[in-house]
Design a binder for this molecule. Sequence first.
Ligand SMILES: Cc1cc2nc3c(=O)[nH]c(=O)nc-3n(C[C@H](O)[C@H](O)[C@H](O)COP(=O)(O)OP(=O)(O)OC[C@H]3O[C@@H](n4cnc5c(N)ncnc54)[C@H](O)[C@@H]3O)c2cc1C
Length: 392
Amino acid sequence: MKKVYTHAVVGAGIVGLSVALKLQSLGNNVLVLDKETSPGKHQSGRNSGVIHSGIYYKPNSFKSNLCIRGRALLLEFLEEENIPFRLEGKIVVDTDINKLSSLEERATQLSMENVKVLEKSEILTLEPYCKFDKALHVPQAGVVDYGVVTKKLASKFQSLGGTIEYFQKIKSIKTKNDLKILESNNSIFHSEFLINCAGLYSDNIARLDNVEPELKIIPFRGEYFTIAEEKSHLVNNMIYPISDPDLPFLGIHLTKTVDNKIEAGPNAVLAFAKEGYNWSKINISEFSKTIFYPGMWKLGRRYLSTGISEMYRSLNKDVFLKEILKYIPDITKKDLTPRIAGVRAQAVGKDGSLIDDFVFERKEQSLHVLNAPSPAATASLAIGEHIVKEIG
Ligand SMILES: Cc1cc2nc3c(=O)[nH]c(=O)nc-3n(C[C@H](O)[C@H](O)[C@H](O)COP(=O)(O)OP(=O)(O)OC[C@H]3O[C@@H](n4cnc5c(N)ncnc54)[C@H](O)[C@@H]3O)c2cc1C
């Protein structure tokens, strides 16, 4: 007899597993499907590892609310599960004091305590080698390894009786007799409800479920360098630029990871495949869909020079180095070793807009997470909570 799950979640990333864990803990019988061999193989295991405070996002947006709530839930989870993390704050630097002051005001609106613009002497107490004269201190920021968090979510979910099936690339979705029938390369699964958390492929999965999203996921690779250990004293915690509201993912930052390595990055380079982790990974079919998407032409026209300079920096270590040297001194090319890159699943509208907020599309028997870029790792447990409330 066929087994019917209450919910099938496509995607064993941090978002899919947060949703699955929440549903399973409420007594449902949940199935998670992923095409890979283990959890967190894509964005969830290939990111900056920053626990975001929520200060950057438009108040009352999904990003703002779910990041703030998600950070609180994440910290509880990390404590409970003994997952290493550090919460030592970041400094956000800029040459324009007005930008820093307006972020400080936003922190007040959001009731974030002790966020303040620093004097140069205070900057040097926190980051003795920082070259900027103006900065905002955000003590709520921290670091964790989200790959570890994702694996823990998976094992907790399984310990509550949840099922994860790996090596299952979903290729077709049908609805019959009030059931969702999901067909992979080698099996068929049945569930009453479907939740699509497929990250870079969430638009494709939505289409399989007869949902035509008003957006397309465009893959933007983020590359990093690890700075040599003997230079790790040059950064204590995190030095961040202020993000551009139109291009929120632009601007490399310096981060001391949870295992005390200093990383510089990420840049944002158009990838030639959804999982295009380096220049040589090309998927002609996926890339042609990207470049023939009308939203991509409009985006390209608007930000052509930015796109070209991101590509140039990716191909030229000297340019990346120059960016790092804006923040701190004494780094040379030989201090930089590439680390694994990540690819962001960034939704782009048909009008060429980079869709900033998280996007959830609810249908009768399914819910599709159509845009969950940064800070969705920080927000993941709150996204799980939100989705469970949404589907009732
Ligand atoms: C470079 C970079 C830096 C970032 N930095 C941060 C940060 O510092 N802090 C932060 O909070 N967020 C950060 N983010 C964002 C964060 O990592 C993501 O928002 C989050 O991991 C998204 O999780 P997800 O579960 O939606 O997607 P993913 O982790 O990508 O998971 C999607 C899963 O779906 C599976 N899948 C896809 N298609 C199919 C199919 N057809 N069948 C079966 N399975 C399928 C994939 O194998 C994958 O496991 C960063 C992201 C990137 C890329």
